[in-house]
Design a protein around this ligand. Structure first.
Ligand code: FRU
Length: 493
């Protein structure tokens, strides 16, 4: 088949698939695991967030999308927009594979991840054209739009090949503007070390290679997917998704960026999120000067993908990223999410005795949020268990455990329901002090835990059979002072 026949065949598939998509959509709508207030594909598959941008008064969220099935396949760019980061409207697919550099014969092809940048009123998407088995397999491409809805592909590729033939992977371009020059970093790796390659351009068309801006210290993965480098506070931050790094699926580094030398020097490196379902995070800068982050709220290899539900994948809640004086990052849910709050209740200054369980209920167990503050200085408990989504017989439950002496927080999802058994934990930074603040969002099959104003965050998918709202708090070995607790049912978007 020549290319135009392939494109025709592709269009035919699109038309045929329309019917399948609306059937899948109906099925998806009836699914008990459809989330209430997170972004999901209307039908089909979703992975990485792409092209996050605030353009002409709206937040744009593009995403890796396979519209014709609930499994990963030839990648398209799905598209949703929002005025408030809470309510999202789905728009037509922004990019579909139609050209030789993104069209192949097996499933491993398409418009892979990338970013968006505004220039002179136009929105330009940069993405990787990927075709398994093609030489070169990955090239960088661009497509522009004036309305932010319909995109015209440039004479692609804009970058024809990797600067070094020995590099493994050459994908996920993230573009930004600094001092009237555009920069692009691209995820790659060589000789066992993940790398972020840096390019520069005056016009978004001609790109000059500047070198390796940052690389693994030898322990941080052998290929870096979805790097994002941006100014934050007085410095710069680099976030990335390392491949083959033991137990770590996301990383950040903060430090200094020397644009003339094309070098990022990290001073601090740590996990961005401690849960298992946080990948390919990307950020945007909005009109209020906030650095907003959204990640794919899932993981590669989850067994839940084997269930045919007509859809798969979701995004995390949008979080504002903050640089703290010690160079670490904090993530806080954007305040716009308060719009979701329905019925609420609150208590303050309660002494919870050791060995006793105190319970609070929300009206609706599908989606809820709570904020609890414990005074650890005056508490004698050696452990604090907070149980969520518990079944009547106690066989199913999700438990947050805090061990004050060790400053250790555990999110135990071993009995959460279906899917892989998971437990994650983190040590809270010494700067956390004597107050433990937990801010938690549950949405049918997800939990996001923000500890001490986002110093530590856990994101996990859970698949409970019961969707009971509320929480139970039980201190062990002594009492704990619950300074305040607020709890809300959350509305559907
Ligand atoms: C990350 C990733 C990217 C790639 C995309 C393909 O999840 O593997 O590196 O561009 O997904 O869908």
């Amino acid at each position: 088949m020549n290319i135009s026949e392939q494109a025709q065949e592709h269009m035919k598939q699109i038309l045929l698939a329309d019917e399948a998509v609306s059937a899948a959509s109906d099925k998806a709508e009836r699914d008990e695991y459809r989330l209430q207030y997170h972004v999901m594909p209307p039908a089909g598959w979703m992975n990485d967030p792409n092209g996050l941008v605030h353009f002409k008064g709206e937040y744009h969220l593009f995403y890796q999308h396979h519209p014709y099935s609930d499994k990963w396949g030839p990648m398209h760019w799905g598209h949703a927009v929002s005025k408030d980061l809470v309510h999202w409207r789905h728009l037509p697919i922004a990019l579909a594979p139609t050209e030789p550099y993104e069209l192949g014969e097996t499933g491993g092809y398409g418009c892979w991840s990338g970013s968006a940048v505004e220039h002179e009123g136009e929105l330009t998407l940069f993405y990787t054209g990927h075709v398994d088995g093609r030489q070169p397999m990955e090239v960088q491409c661009a497509a522009s739009s004036t309305d932010g809805i319909v995109f015209r592909k440039h004479p692609n590729p804009v970058i024809h090949s990797s600067p070094d033939e020995e590099n493994i992977g050459f994908r996920d371009p993230k573009v930004w503007c600094h001092d009237e020059t555009f920069y692009m970093i691209i995820g790659s790796g060589k000789a066992g070390k993940g790398k972020a390659l840096l390019y520069r351009s005056e016009d978004l068309e001609k790109w000059e290679y500047m070198g390796v801006a940052a690389e693994s210290d030898g322990t941080q993965g052998d290929m870096w997917e979805c790097p994002d480098l941006f100014p934050l506070g007085d410095g710069h931050a680099l976030i990335l998704s390392p491949m083959n790094m033991e137990g770590v699926k996301n990383l950040y580094m903060t430090g200094e960026m020397d644009y003339a030398a094309g070098q990022f020097t990290p001073q601090v490196a740590a996990k961005l999120d401690y849960g298992p379902d946080f990948y390919a995070a990307q950020t945007l800068m909005d009109d209020q000067g906030r650095r907003i982050l959204i990640a794919w709220m899932d993981r590669w290899g989850s067994s839940m993908v084997n269930e045919s539900r007509g859809w798969y994948g979701a995004m995390t809640l949008p979080r504002e990223l903050l640089l703290k004086p010690d160079g670490t990052l904090a993530q806080v849910p954007v305040p716009e999410l308060e719009k979701l709050r329905g019925n609420g209740e609150s208590v303050s200054h309660m002494l919870l005795e050791g060995g006793q369980t105190t319970s609070w209920k929300t009206k609706d167990g599908q989606g809820f949020e709570w904020i609890a503050e414990f005074n650890c200085a005056d508490s004698t408990a050696h452990q604090l268990d907070i149980t969520l989504l518990a079944s009547e017989d106690g066989s199913e439950a999700t438990v947050i455990t805090y061990i004050p002496k060790e400053s250790r927080l555990i999110l135990d999802c071993n009995r959460s329901g279906r899917g892989e058994v998971q437990s994650s934990e983190a040590l809270l930074p010494a700067s956390s002090g004597e107050l433990l603040k937990l801010h938690v969002f549950v949405d049918r099959c997800s939990i996001e835990v923000f500890v001490n104003d986002g110093d530590v965050v856990f994101t996990s998918r859970i698949y409970p059979a019961v969707m009971s709202g509320g929480l139970q708090i039980k201190p062990e070995g002594g009492a704990v002072i619950l300074q305040s607790l607020k709890i809300w049912s959350l509305n559907r978007i």
